[in-house]
Design a protein around this ligand. Structure first.
Ligand code: RB5
Length: 145
């Protein structure tokens, strides 16, 4: 599976740790920055990561900003993206199972790196359950039309 990842200045340490962790697990990771501690506008990074998913170059995305919220708001404006800001395990798992989310957003100022790695593992290891959730997700996607 290919995973695209990006962060703003609120999530650089987390992003680097997550990218290394996923590579060590055998995933193909596309790191879209930032690469050093500079201040950037998180929507620019969100769009770069989401475009990788919508053009088929990645299946899942991970975005980290200070809270995870700005990234999720921006990502959800991109057609085809279902982004979830999560800070605990249950949500990271169920947003894959029930929402078929394709982008996980994390807050570098909300959770530590250890928790972030666990949430990432849950997110990438959980498959969409389908069934009754399929129709609900389709209704969400129809809102875009
Ligand atoms: C940047 O300071 C901060 O606003 C950003 O990282 C994020 O938390 C926005 O939601």
């Amino acid at each position: 599976m290919k995973i695209a990842i990006g962060c703003d200045h609120g999530g650089l340490e987390h992003k680097n740790a997550i990218a290394e962790h996923l590579k060590a697990r055998g995933f193909e990771v596309t790191d879209l920055g930032i690469y050093e501690q500079v201040s950037v506008d998180y929507p620019d990074i969100a769009v770069k990561v989401c475009n990788k998913i919508t053009n088929g170059e990645a299946q899942l995305g991970i975005l980290i900003c200070g809270t995870g919220i700005g990234m999720s708001i921006a990502a959800n404006k991109v057609k085809g993206i279902r982004a979830a800001a999560c800070s605990e395990h249950f949500s990271a798992k169920y947003t894959r199972l029930h929402n078929n989310s394709n982008v996980l957003c994390l807050g570098g100022r909300v959770i530590g790196v250890g928790t972030a790695l666990e949430l990432v593992d849950l997110f990438v290891d959980t498959e969409f359950e389908g069934g009754r959730h399929e129709n609900r997700v389709n209704k969400i996607m129809n809102i875009e039309k």
